[in-house]
Write a protein that binds this ligand. Structure first.
Ligand code: GDP
Length: 195
């Protein structure tokens, strides 16, 4: 898609604030600091519309970006930030679950993992949940520019194995710095809008 118009339409702290315009939704999930805001900004050609985490884990809202009146990008709060209390983490987990479980408009979930690291417990849990609930899982391996080209295959294999991804094409390496991978991600998103 040629993206010119995007606005942050809803910042929601609870489910009653979710928009009800019926546009399809693509949600972005991942560990705090994984590069979620950077990916969203790259996809919508903005430098900083999506928050980047100067204070990782601080923002616990679910944000809806209206992209060209065609779909919403839904920015879920990053999980696993160590400095958040257990109680906060639980509240947060419930809020994310509430969103994921109830949204009929939700067509795709994009799970972000750092290409350098083996996916963690929460990543595996979310991935399993996605598969179990019939979502075609798409994994973005972020920060591609941080590893050597010769290492890419190896790292992607670790992610594939740890999450149990069946089709390697469902893992797209991406760099917010070089924008490598961006076109491939848009190809997937475009096919959702005009199947
Ligand atoms: P979020 O917490 O998941 O939204 O993560 P951010 O998008 O705020 O990114 C966290 C940090 O990683 C920031 O310092 C970003 O500049 C950096 N970062 C994100 N994506 C990339 C990338 O593709 N390459 C590099 N080198 N740094 C990145």
């Amino acid at each position: 898609m040629n993206v010119n118009h995007v606005n942050l339409e809803v910042v929601s702290g609870n489910a009653s604030q979710f928009p009800d315009s019926g546009l399809i939704e693509v949600a972005f999930a991942g560990k705090s600091n994984v590069g979620k805001s950077s990916l969203i900004n790259a996809l919508i050609n903005r430098k900083s519309l999506a928050r980047t985490s100067s204070q990782p884990g601080k923002t616990q809202t679910i944000n809806f970006y209206n992209v060209e009146e065609k779909l919403y990008f839904v920015d879920l709060p990053g999980y696993g930030y160590a400095k958040v209390s257990k109680k906060e983490r639980e509240r947060w987990g419930k809020f994310i679950e509430e969103y994921l479980h109830k949204r009929e408009q939700l067509k795709h979930i994009i799970l972000l993992v750092d290409i350098r690291h083996e996916p963690g417990k929460n990543d595996i849990m979310l991935y399993d949940w996605m598969v179990y609930n019939g979502f075609e899982p798409l994994v973005i391996a972020t920060k591609l520019d941080k590893i050597k080209r010769s290492q890419i295959q190896k790292h992607v294999s670790v992610i594939k194995k740890t999450l149990g991804v069946e089709d390697i094409h469902n893992i797209i390496p991406f760099s917010a710095t070089t924008k490598q991978g961006k076109d491939k991600i848009w190809e997937v998103l475009d096919s959702l809008i005009d199947p």
